[in-house]
Write a protein that binds this ligand. Structure first.
Ligand code: HEC
Length: 120
C-alpha cells in the first residue's frame, strides 16, 4: 500500500513536471524535429527560435538561411501578425524558402504563437 502511494505520488509529480501548453505540444509534434526553442540551444535543420518575437527576420547568428528566404524577409521583423501569416503558408510569405508548412486552423496558429511568445 505504501509503495503504491509513493508510486502514484511520483507519477503525479512527473506529470506536473511535464505539463505542457497546447502550443508546446503542437511545437513538439510539428516543429522540434527541425527547430530548438530553448535559450542557447543549437540550430537544427532550421534556426533556434528562442526569443523570436520582436527580432528582425533571418537574424539568428550561425544559421545559414536560403537566398530566397533572405530576399523575401529583408527588413521584416517578427511580430504576431507576420508569424500568423508564416504559419498559415510559409511559401506565400517567402516563396521558394526551404520550410514548407501550412496550418489552416487559426486556433492552432494562435497556440503556437502563444508558446513562442513565452520563449523569451
Ligand atoms: C522540416 C524542417 C522544418 C520544420 C518541421 C519546421 N521548420 Fe521552421 N524553418 C525550417 C528551415 C530550414 C528554415 C529556414 C528557411 C530558409 O532559410 O529558407 C525555417 C525557418 C523558420 C522561421 C524563421 C526564423 C528566422 O530566424 O527568421 C520560423 C519562425 C520558423 N521556421 C518556425 C517554425 C515553426 C513554428 C514550426 C512548427 C510549426 C516549424 N518552423 C517547422 C525548417 C523547418
Amino acid at each position: 500500500m505504501k509503495t503504491w502511494l509513493l508510486m502514484s505520488a511520483l507519477a503525479l509529480a512527473a506529470n506536473l513536471a511535464h505539463a505542457q501548453s497546447p502550443g508546446q505540444r503542437l511545437a513538439q509534434t510539428a516543429c522540434t524535429q527541425c527547430h530548438s526553442f530553448g535559450k542557447g540551444e543549437p540550430h537544427g535543420v532550421g534556426p533556434n527560435l528562442f526569443g523570436l518575437l520582436g527580432k528582425p527576420a533571418a537574424s539568428n547568428a550561425g544559421f545559414t538561411y536560403s537566398k530566397r528566404y533572405l530576399d523575401a524577409m529583408k527588413g521584416k521583423t517578427w511580430d504576431r501578425a507576420l508569424l500568423d501569416k508564416w504559419l498559415t503558408d510559409t511559401q506565400a510569405v517567402a516563396p521558394g524558402n526551404t520550410m514548407v508548412y501550412f496550418q489552416d486552423d487559426p486556433k492552432k496558429r494562435a497556440a503556437l504563437i502563444e508558446y513562442m511568445q513565452s520563449q523569451k
